[in-house]
Design a protein around this ligand. Structure first.
Ligand code: PHE
Length: 444
């Protein structure tokens, strides 16, 4: 059974959770999302949310998981009663839906990796790069096929169990990704006109601070920390009592922020230097990074390495999403791990294909101006995840605080101030911010 497994060490848990946090959200979505939402007007609320409600929710989720020892449904039910079990089920659904479209973008990473293997990505002409990206996403067959490849890789890892495989690759490739990003940043910053990109990211302009930039920043905080979809409850259920939850959670948040900011610095300076639009959307990473590589010696080799790392980052996040679903099926439906993964593979293939096709052949089908892909992303990040976070906050702060407090103080006692800060964040700040933001999103 999944809930008998345990992480090999504290570092293993932190790496796997940071691996879940750091993925396409930080590297692919953050740069263009910051671009679309006005740079600093998005980044400042994002950092603020991460270090207030974000970290507190990470701690609460892990604590619920370790106390409840089971899939997100059983853990929440054990800690808070049957209603919270239902909220846990919403978390499983959220993870399932996110994985369906996440896998489509994961597929693009595989496609670019394949091109890098063939030495065909380092092109310096932005128009060709834009056309190539456009051709990939608008071709229904290619998009569905790459989605299937990525999804199958994810399933293969989860079938083997997360601990041995994914814990081990993350240990080497996540640090490698950081080093590569630093190298790309150095190259990007030394391009002519690059500082305009840094300024764009970090200069604050009041007029860009709108309710939608704040709502998007909050949604992104949940997305980037992987909170509100049961991931950290599930991962927390495999955590031994020897690890301090507050310390591990701070590590996870710091690593996640750092990855996003580095990705922003990797992309934006080059965007300005090459005269691209900062709000060019989902293609940004796939267009600017190859351009930067075309400007360095051995660019092909670096490109290859970069896409391997990007794929691993995406994979460790996708694995965490699938683990939530698989742990649920094993715990609640008493299926084997293999069968749980098999059922997920088939159903996710179909749901994901609708998203994959929504870029090309089915792009005419929109709801409120959003394609199917955008619609799922919008609903998950701006409503389902914040709602999931709210449920955990209420559970931890109002229903089961003594149990959570005990978890947070195991193995080491925490200062009263720290516990009070966490309790207040969960009891008041998190619910308030979530409700205001969701209200703004719906009626603002
Ligand atoms: N945090 C992941 C990323 O940034 C995505 C994710 C969201 C993973 C929700 C799990 C749960 O890419």
């Amino acid at each position: 059974m999944s809930n008998n497994s345990q992480w090999s060490s504290r570092v293993g848990f932190i790496l796997a959770s940071a691996g879940s946090a750091i993925g396409l959200g930080a590297i692919w979505k953050f740069p263009f999302w910051a671009g679309v939402n006005g740079g600093a007007a998005f980044i400042i609320p994002y950092i603020f949310f991460t270090f207030t409600i974000g970290v507190a929710l990470v701690m609460a989720e892990v604590a619920v998981g370790r106390r409840g020892r089971g899939s997100v449904v059983s853990a929440m039910r054990r800690v808070g009663g049957p209603w919270f079990g239902i909220m846990g089920a919403v978390g499983v659904l959220t993870a399932f839906v996110i994985l369906s479209y996440y896998s489509v973008v994961g597929g693009w990473c595989v496609a670019y990796l394949w091109d890098a293997v063939r030495g065909a990505v380092t092109i310096s002409d932005p128009q060709i790069l834009k056309d190539n990206f456009g051709a990939l996403v608008s071709s229904g067959t290619a998009n569905v096929a790459w989605h299937l490849v990525f999804l199958s890789l994810t399933c293969a890892v989860v079938i083997c169990g997360v601990e041995s495989g994914i814990e081990r690759i993350s240990k080497y490739l996540m640090p490698a990704l950081f080093i590569l990003m630093l190298a790309i940043i150095v190259r990007g910053l030394t391009l002519p006109g690059a500082w305009a990109g840094v300024e764009y990211l970090f200069r604050f302009r009041w007029d860009s601070l709108t309710s939608s930039s704040v709502l998007n920043a909050m949604g992104f905080t949940f997305f980037s920390l992987s909170v509100g979809a049961g991931i950290l409850v599930t991962y927390g259920s495999y955590l031994s009592d020897k690890t301090s939850i507050p310390n591990a959670s701070i590590w996870i948040a710091v690593l996640a922020i750092q990855a996003a900011l580095l990705a922003g610095l990797m992309i934006m300076p080059a965007v300005f230097s090459f005269g691209l639009e900062p709000n060019a959307g989902p293609g940004l990473v796939f267009i600017t990074v190859p351009m930067i590589f075309s400007q360095v010696p051995l660019g092909d080799v670096f490109a290859l390495f970069f896409y391997v790392c990007l794929l691993v980052a995406a994979l460790t996040s996708a694995v965490s999403l699938l683990e939530v679903v698989a742990a649920f099926m094993q715990n609640e439906w008493h299926l084997s791990r293999r069968l749980s993964v098999g059922i997920s593979w088939i159903t996710l293939f179909f749901l994901g294909s609708v998203s994959a096709l929504s870029f090309g052949p089915w792009s005419g089908f929109t709801v409120g101006g959003r394609s199917f892909f955008d619609l799922l992303d919008y609903v998950c990040t701006n409503f389902l995840m914040p709602f999931g976070g709210l449920a955990v906050a209420v559970l931890a702060a109002w229903v089961a605080w003594p149990k959570i407090r005990e978890q947070l103080s195991t193995p080491a006692r925490q200062s009263e101030h720290k516990l009070m800060f966490i309790h207040t964040s969960l009891a008041f700040l998190a619910p308030l911010l979530v409700l205001v933001a969701v209200y703004q999103g719906l009626f603002g």
